[in-house]
Design a protein around this ligand. Structure first.
Ligand code: GFB
Length: 308
């Protein structure tokens, strides 16, 4: 890809979008377009069209989305489905209308059926019932990737999709009501240590298994796909390694140096029991993650202490 190509990163203030911008700059891409939420409401079709008419981006990373952890997904399903559908419909349609050269849509592994065989291959999409706590978000994301597929099929648009596993890293959301598990645990253990609390609450039973990918690896994989992949089917992005929530909590506890107890609160939902990506396709394309979980958590904790 031409280093002077005009690239729009939608959602550049978020966890993934900010990492994509950092990685693009590191690789020497010079012409990166961004808009804050205040400058451009992606839910507004007219505003999106005006923005496109003004800028005509050639390449698009669609990393703007309403995202959240298990509780936020469960409590605000209407917001999750509506906002995500609006954002992706507007951006994908504008990219089509203005002949963007390529677009990458970002999904999430919660799109796969709750009881999908593990590890989850790309082809298991739409083969069973979804996990109820994040059904609204999953339906929106499934619509987005299917839309990319059908625009490619009908019009020949080069719109591709990827499915990242659970992500974490700098610019994560550390709000305990809406965050994902890793930033929540970092904050809880840090505060418990500072305040000398005897225990930390961990939601659920601790038995669910999750896979975690540092967002700098995620951004690298996104740019790799943008530069090297043109297929119709989405591509899983993950490490292929999983840990239980209990193991994760113990690792975060150790890194932070907290000496108290873990208290599992099974009144809070566990969510899907397991969602491990099959990353054969990504490896065959030639990309592999490089940040292991322990060093990734250390990096995230450093960012939290310096910025939060
Ligand atoms: O990261 P998380 O919110 O999302 O929760 P999901 C993962 C697991 O960690 C669940 C447990 O079993 C939680 O019960 N957990 C333990 C906690 N302590 C905490 C805590 O303090 N905060 C949080 N948030 N969880 C989301 C989906 O699912 O994953 C989204 O809802 C999206 O749609 C995202 O796909 C990647 O992995 O369960």
């Amino acid at each position: 890809m031409d280093r002077n190509a005009k690239i729009y990163v939608a959602g550049h203030k978020g966890l993934v979008g900010s990492a994509i911008v950092r990685n693009l700059k590191k690789r020497g891409y010079k012409n990166i377009i961004t808009r804050t939420h205040g400058e451009l409401d992606l839910k507004n079709q007219k505003a999106v069209e005006e923005f496109w008419r003004e800028e005509e981006p050639e390449y698009v990373y669609l990393a703007a989305a309403k995202v959240g952890g298990i509780l936020a997904n469960d409590q605000y399903p209407a917001d999750f489905i509506y906002e995500n559908l609006m954002i992706q419909n507007n951006v994908i349609k504008a990219a089509h209308d203005f002949n963007a050269k390529k677009l990458l849509f970002l999904g999430s592994t919660c799109i796969y059926p709750k009881n999908a065989p593990q590890p989850i291959k790309e082809e298991y999409l739409l083969s069973g019932f979804l996990e109820p706590t994040n059904e609204a978000y999953a339906i929106a994301k499934i619509a987005g990737l299917e839309m990319c597929k059908f625009f490619k099929r009908q019009y020949g648009d080069n719109f591709i999709s990827c499915m990242p596993t659970n992500l974490y890293g700098p610019y994560d959301n550390f709000d305990l009501k809406s965050s994902h598990v890793l930033p929540a645990l970092i904050r809880k253990f840090h505060e418990a240590k500072e305040e000398g609390k005897p225990s930390v609450e961990v939601w659920g039973t601790g038995t669910p298994l999750r896979e975690f990918l540092h967002v700098d690896d995620m951004a690298d994989a996104c740019i790799f796909l943008m530069e090297n992949y043109n297929g119709e089917e989405h591509v899983n992005i993950g490490t292929g390694e999983e840990v239980s929530i209990k193991q994760l909590a113990e690792t975060v506890k150790e890194i932070i140096g907290y000496k108290g107890q873990l208290l599992f609160n099974s009144d809070k939902p566990d969510g899907t029991p397991r969602k491990l990506t099959d990353i054969t396709k990504l490896h065959e394309l030639g990309w592999k993650h490089s940040i292991n979980l322990k060093e990734g958590i250390e990096d995230s904790y450093k960012w939290f202490k310096e910025n939060y």
